[in-house]
Design a protein around this ligand. Structure first.
Ligand code: PLP
Length: 355
């Protein structure tokens, strides 16, 4: 079917699965909306995109992405607004980062206007999938991967760009216990740590699993050279409060530059919070913890939003953060972020883009 006012070919789903979804109890990332956006890059150009029913893709066993990891992705969200409409949160920032990731992994960029149009049309078509509950949202997953059927390492000539969406509730159902990782490495200088490249996550699975065996939920990665400086959590950026001051590890080529992190810094400044973005050493954190000055620790990311860290595992032992009832900064950031995203407060930075 060709819809006259669409930039894409639209092949609508004939049997929606929305009635089977319990929107009050959604497992993160396991429920998928009815439609998928697909666009192929062949012979040096992007073909016309298509919106089709969500379902399996047919791929050759020699699809290059499966062998050599040439794949990048994004994670962003759309929120139900008080008037029933739907807004995406800072999609332009995700599109820009997606294309930077693509460049690093030697893939073609997706034209920004087509990307944005695809988001708007896909989410409009699956509008009913955007949850109404204020703890929930529509998670949006764009992915770009190499599709040449070829054995042998080289950049692919053909690529597939897809976008699908999932209604989601909370990512972590409880507070997070993190371990300061001082052996394994997530990202080294000159590597791909600043790209949302699929392989980065594969490399982090074993170290994370080993930490989970010790009773932690996530790693707090340190720099690859000295393991002395805090980098990030691997799916979220980190923030700390020491003696009333908010400290955020600076971004670099080994840290993913989070949009939630950037938003939190901007909102913290709006709120008059004393904040600094700089290198933070493990020793500084540990010393603050020992002196009782480490007051808050939290993760910042689209999937998990503001995640309370309840325990930090140092080489010398675990430090339990003070009870959340004593925290001041993380709750302010969470509520300021929520009020923009949910449309209940002023959006003075123009972050919400209606679909
Ligand atoms: C996606 C991601 C983040 C968080 O980025 P947001 O833009 O806030 O979602 C942080 N670290 C890593 C490694 C990530 O992949």
């Amino acid at each position: 079917m060709l819809t006259k006012d669409s930039a894409f070919e639209i092949n609508p789903s004939q049997n929606s699965s929305i009635d089977k979804v319990d929107f009050d109890n959604i497992a993160f990332g396991q429920v998928f909306s009815d439609h998928l956006f697909v666009m192929d890059y062949v012979d040096g150009e992007w073909k016309r995109g298509c919106i089709e029913p969500f379902g399996p893709l047919s791929l050759s066993p020699s699809t290059m992405a499966l062998h050599y990891g040439q794949a990048v992705f994004e994670g962003m969200k759309a929120y139900r607004q008080p008037d029933g409409s739907v807004s995406m949160f800072r999609p332009g920032a995700n599109i820009a980062r997606f294309n930077q990731s693509a460049k690093r992994i030697c893939m073609p960029e997706v034209p920004e206007d087509i990307f944005m149009q695809a988001l708007v049309e896909l989410i409009s078509l699956d509008e009913a999938w955007v949850p109404y509950n204020s703890q929930s949202s529509l998670y949006i997953r764009p992915v770009l991967f190499a599709t040449d059927s070829h054995v042998g390492v080289r950049p692919s000539f053909s690529y597939k760009f897809i976008i699908f969406t999932c209604p989601v509730g909370q990512y972590y159902s409880k507070d997070v216990r993190v371990k300061v990782e001082t052996h394994f490495t997530r990202a080294a200088k000159g590597g791909t740590g600043a790209a949302k490249a699929a392989g980065n996550y594969a490399a982090a699975l074993l170290p994370t699993k080993l930490a989970m065996n010790e009773g932690y939920d996530q790693l707090l990665w340190t720099d690859a050279e000295s393991h002395k400086y805090i980098e990030e959590c691997g799916t979220m950026n980190a923030a700390f409060v020491i003696d009333g001051k908010m400290l955020v590890p600076s971004t670099s080529e080994t840290v993913l530059s989070g949009i939630t992190r950037d938003s939190a810094i901007t909102l913290a400044k709006d709120l008059g919070i004393d904040i600094e973005s700089r290198m933070i050493s493990v020793a500084e954190l540990e010393e603050a913890a020992q002196k009782g000055l480490l007051q808050e620790a939290f993760g910042l990311g689209t999937a998990a939003t503001v995640s309370v860290i309840c325990t930090i595992g140092f080489a010398s032992g675990d430090y339990d953060l003070p009870d959340i009832s004593t925290w001041s900064i993380a709750p302010q950031i969470q509520s300021a972020l929520d009020s923009v995203r949910l449309g209940t407060g002023e959006d003075k930075h123009g972050w919400n883009i209606p679909v």
